[in-house]
Design a protein around this ligand. Structure first.
Ligand SMILES: [Zn+2]
Length: 132
């Protein structure tokens, strides 16, 4: 499976570039004059955030993605019955009593309190609202 670099948490884009030698690589160079094997790291081109250096691209990607977790899902705002377009006003009149108004849901057929809500909730479209 090909791993993809996520977007940086700053919104920028990360690139994989040459990294610094690993600790072991640096020691081999220092003590034995051996040229360390190539390493890679991911750097954000906007904010400069960078991973550590790793010998394999997949390790870089994994480290980068760990540093830049996906944003939490945005919560969906519940539509209260009083703002719901499915709310229906019903006038009741019983003999010998004062007429009264009840609000009913067109879906559930139940009378709903102003603060009630259900999965059918849909915001009334008011002027200036975007149609969703
Ligand atoms: Zn960034």
């Amino acid at each position: 499976m090909k791993m993809k670099l996520r977007k940086c948490s700053c919104g920028g884009t990360a690139e994989i570039v040459d990294g610094e030698p690993t600790e072991l690589g640096a020691k081999m160079l220092r003590e034995y004059g051996l040229i360390p094997s190539r390493t890679y790291k991911a750097v954000c081109s906007s904010c400069g955030k960078s991973t550590a250096s790793f010998p394999y691209g997949d390790e870089v990607k994994a480290d980068w993605n760990r540093l830049n977790p996906l944003p939490l899902r945005k919560y969906v705002r519940v539509v209260r019955c009083k703002d719901c377009k499915h709310r229906k006003e019903r006038h009741y009149e019983e003999s010998g009593e004062k007429p009264y108004i009840k609000y009913e849901c067109k879906f559930t057929k139940y009378s709903m309190s102003d603060d009630g809500f259900c999965s059918f909730g849909a915001r009334m479209i008011k002027d200036g609202d975007k149609n969703e």
